[in-house]
Structure formats: C-alpha cells, structure tokens
Design a protein around this ligand. Structure first.
Ligand SMILES: [Zn+2]
Length: 226
C-alpha cells in the first residue's frame, strides 16, 4: 500500500494483537498487523505516528550513509534534480563528464572518476542554483550581500547575519521543488534570522507547498554521497 508517497509492505500475522511499524534492512517501511486489520486503520495509525516514522527513516539513512556511496561502474545510477541517470564510460570525449541522452558520460580510463563527477556537479550546481535564485530573490525586501556555492557535508545551506548566503552544491541533486525550498529557506533568513513563526509564515507565503519539500528531505536523509 501507499502512504504519503511511500510504498509500505503489509504483513498479516495471526499472532499479532497490535500494529507494529518497522524499517526493513533495505530502508523500506513495513507494518506487521493482526489478520484482517483494516487498511483505514493502518493509515490512521501511520498518520498519527508520522513524526516517529520519519524519524525512524532518517535514522536508517544516517546509519547507512556509507552504503549509499556510488561505485564507478557502467550503469551505476547517479542523481540529478531528483532523477537518476546511469554512467557510461566512453572514449574520445573532450570533457571529463557530459550529460548526454540521459546518461552521464565519463572518459574511459579516468583515474579519478569521483573527482570528475564532483567537479561536474559543482559546476552544474552553481549554474542551476544561481539561475533558480533569480526567480525567488525579487520576492524579498533584503538581498544577499554575497552568494557562494560550496562543498558542505552536513548542511544544505546557510545565511550569516551579514547576509552572506552559502549553498551546498548538493542542492542540485534533489528534485527541483526541494531545491526551490532550500533556496527560499536561506533567502528568508535575510529577513528572519531564526526559525520563528514569522520565518515559517514567510516561507509559506512564497512556497505554500514547502512542507512537501521538508517531508522529502526527511525521507531521503541529509546528504547523498557521490
Ligand atoms: Zn534555517
């Protein structure tokens, strides 16, 4: 069954008296329920425990961070804007990485493909984040003093009290609606430094659906290693 875009395995057991929610070894969700347990009941329990469920998923992601590191072999999938594209090793390409026909093309014999991919992501990240920022920046009274794109390991972005905004290039890996939220989040800090009620009100005026982005981030963990 599907709950909040998550597919959930339902297992009935004659021995169970109550519903039990588990995160499986592969990070997917499952519920163990008594025989004949109604679906509406499963959904309402999940809904009432949503906060805990997303906490469990985030914990799993955190614990399996190393396991999500990519291998540099043909066909391995790499994310961009919320989609995954396979890599191919090609010869005769004049740049280290190119996105061609929905594939990442790397050079055959590249001694450090991870570094090449990172550079590629950083460049494309800078480009797309700055472009997208131009859509949202005019909606704010304050403008950033400076915007920079960096390699950050634990945060998506930051904004100093002086108005210097830094974005993690990894913002380009997530779906565009999530990237939009990350961009708006830091821009909102230009006017509200803390995560106050006013801060969230302001975010919701610009992005009424921002909670969907937060849910996505909670489900998918903080960082994707490349
Ligand atoms: Zn913040």
């Amino acid at each position: 069954m599907i709950w909040r875009d998550l597919s959930i395995a339902v297992r009935e057991s004659g021995r169970r008296k109550t519903m039990h929610i588990v995160v499986e070894r592969d990070g997917s969700l499952a519920v163990q329920v008594p025989q004949g347990f109604p679906v509406e009941r499963i959904l309402s329990i999940l809904e009432s425990r949503a906060y805990d469920v997303f906490g469990m998923l985030a914990k799993w992601k955190e614990a399996h961070r190393g396991a999500t590191t990519h291998r540099y072999v043909e066909g391995e999938l790499f994310p961009l804007a919320g989609r995954n594209y396979p890599i191919r090793f090609v010869s005769g390409q004049n740049v280290p990485v190119a996105l061609v026909n929905n594939e990442f093309h790397l050079r055959q014999g590249d001694a450090n493909p991870r570094e090449s991919m990172k550079r590629f992501y950083r460049a494309i990240g800078r480009d797309r984040i700055l472009k997208r920022m131009q859509v949202y920046a005019p909606k704010f009274n304050a403008s950033p003093k400076k915007v920079q794109i960096r390699d950050m390991h634990t945060r998506w972005g930051s904004c100093t009290p002086e108005g210097v905004i830094t974005y993690n290039w990894r913002c380009v890996l997530v779906p565009v609606f999530v990237m939009d939220y990350l961009i708006v989040h830091e821009l909102t800090h230009l006017e509200h430094h803390r995560h106050s009620r006013e801060f969230w009100n302001h975010v919701s005026v610009i992005l009424p659906m921002f909670e969907r982005a937060i849910c996505w981030l909670q489900r998918n963990g903080i960082m994707t290693e490349i």
